[in-house]
Each structure stands twice: as C-alpha cells, then as structure tokens.
Write a protein that binds this ligand. Structure first.
Ligand code: ZN
Length: 299
C-alpha cells in the first residue's frame, strides 16, 4: 500500500491523506470557514509553509503507516520544487518551496519526499486517476481569478496556457502578467472586473442572458478566446480530452464553446476531441498532487 498526503493551495489550503490513490479520512482546511477569494494573498510565504507543515503533520499522525510521499499543488510556474512565478499568490515568487517545506517537516520528524506540482497539472492528474486514464493525455482548463492550464502525464515545460495569445488587438491588456492579448486578460475574473468597471463579472453574464448587447458581445468574446486557446493546444498536441473546471466554470456554456471551436479546428485527424465540465472540487487536485508525488518517486 502507498500512502501519500496531498495538499492544494489556491484560494485556501486543503490537505488530505491518500491510501492507494484514494482519499482516506477527513480533509483539513485553512482558513477553516471562509469563501473569501483572497484569504491567502496577504499571508507571508514563510507563514504559508508553516501552515502547510502543520496540516501535513496532523495528517501524518492520523494514520497507522508511514507516509511515502507528500504532494503539494500550487498555482504558477513550478519547476523542480521552485515556484518560479505565481501571479495570484505573488509572495511565493522565487520560493524554493520543496526545500523549505522539507525543512519545516523535518523539524516535526517527517522525512517523506515533497513534490510540488502546478495546481492545474494536479487537477489533470486527479481526473486521470479517478477515471483510470493515467496512461492517456488529459488536459484541464481552470477558470478562476486566473486561467490555468494543466496536463497529465507531466512533461517538462512551462505550459502557461492561460497566457496564450488569443488576439492581436493592442487594446487587450488586462492580463495580470501585463502581457497584451492573453487569454487570461479576457477570461480571468480580475481582468473582467478591470474591463467592466461598472459591473461585476456575474452581472455581465446575467445581463448577457437578458439580451444586453455589450454584455452579449463580451460573453461571446470570452467563449471565442477559450476556443482559440483550446484550438491551439489541439493543433500542437492533438485532439483528446479537455476538462473545464474552477471557481468560475459556471460562466462556461459548452455549446457556445463548441460552436466556436468547430470554426477553428478543421483538419479531420484533429476532430476527435471531447469537452467536459467538472464541478470545482478540491478533492481532485488534492488526489492529483498525491498521485504526482507517488509517481515522482519512481522517476
Ligand atoms: Zn498573461
């Protein structure tokens, strides 16, 4: 039996114990009860590492056997245990997280190897594991404050799909990274608030349904942008399964997305793609973080 501890750190921290790729016992949350979107953004990085170590230690004590691996899913560019950039948790930028967390855990007597994964990659791993498709290419878009792109199996690279350039319009400059024409600059929550200073994103989508022309045009652009990003990945890595999830996946109309995608992908070997919405669920990323950590042991 393999035992892993999986942790997700996005708008909040959720941690759980996994026995043979299955959740066992209860999940720990920090902060305990809040729907606040920015609950972690003002917490210093070192404090976040302490919080992670605390949750992991509690879970390690909860089970009978030793822990084989610890997986942590974090938004941003993650390479070799280092958070190279994290636009939505800026305090983590440059942090050698695997090293720091390993040190914090060793003080608590825990020596299992720590593996840090990008949060969207972890969701892709979690979906692949739950569906018994760990040998297939699985791609995930996460739609939230930022736009994440994840894939399983893991391959070396940056994969910042949310920053795919989807328009040449020089006025499209709302992306959190500062880049012009980016997918996240159209679809991201923060970007939508900057574009519609008079309306919240929820109101924009609601008014579009009621027929408001300006909102309808934007909602169409939002779907066209996602179709463009998806079409680019189909043209690069081939058709296959795409999943859509995240805090704001409720804005997505799969029919509208599909109709745009059909105008963008025309070559017959590329048409066998599938699109599916997954309700946002920390459990999937948590599972994927653990699965990635166990797989990393073998490599
Ligand atoms: Zn960007």
């Amino acid at each position: 039996m393999t035992t892993a501890i999986g942790v997700v750190m996005t708008e909040h921290i959720v941690a759980g114990r996994l026995e043979d790729h299955r959740m066992s016992g209860t999940l720990l949350r920090y902060p305990e009860a809040t729907d606040e979107l920015d609950a972690l953004s003002s917490v210093p990085g070192s404090e976040l590492v302490d919080k992670l170590a605390e949750s992991i230690a509690t879970l390690a004590d909860n089970g009978s056997g030793p822990v084989d691996a610890i997986g942590v899913a974090v938004p941003g560019i993650i390479r070799h245990g280092v958070v190279e950039d994290s636009p939505n948790l800026t305090q983590l930028k440059g942090m050698r997280m695997a090293e720091e967390l390993t040190r914090a855990l060793s003080v608590k007597g825990i020596s299992a190897p720590v593996h840090i994964a990008n949060d969207a990659d972890a969701i892709a791993a979690g979906v692949a594991a739950t569906r018994g498709q760990l040998n297939k290419l699985t791609r995930v878009w996460t739609i939230g404050n930022g736009i994440g792109y994840g894939r399983w199996p893991y391959v070396e690279g940056v994969w910042e799909g949310g920053h795919t350039v989807v328009t040449l319009d020089p006025k499209e400059r709302f992306c959190g990274c500062g880049g012009v024409g980016h997918l996240e600059g159209i679809m991201g929550y923060r970007a939508m608030r900057m574009r519609f200073l008079d309306l919240e994103p929820e109101e924009v989508f609601a008014h579009a349904k009621e027929g408001d022309l300006r909102c309808r045009e934007f909602v169409d652009l939002w779907h066209r942008a996602l179709a463009a990003g998806t079409a680019s990945f189909i043209h690069l890595a081939g058709p296959g399964r795409f999943y859509f999830t995240g805090h704001n996946v409720g804005f997505l109309d799969l029919k509208q997305l599909r109709s745009h995608l059909e105008t963008m992908v025309k070559m017959s070997p590329l048409l066998s793609y599938s699109l599916e919405v997954l309700p946002p669920d920390d459990g999937t990323a948590l599972l994927g973080a653990g699965v990635s950590a166990i797989r990393a042991l073998a490599s």
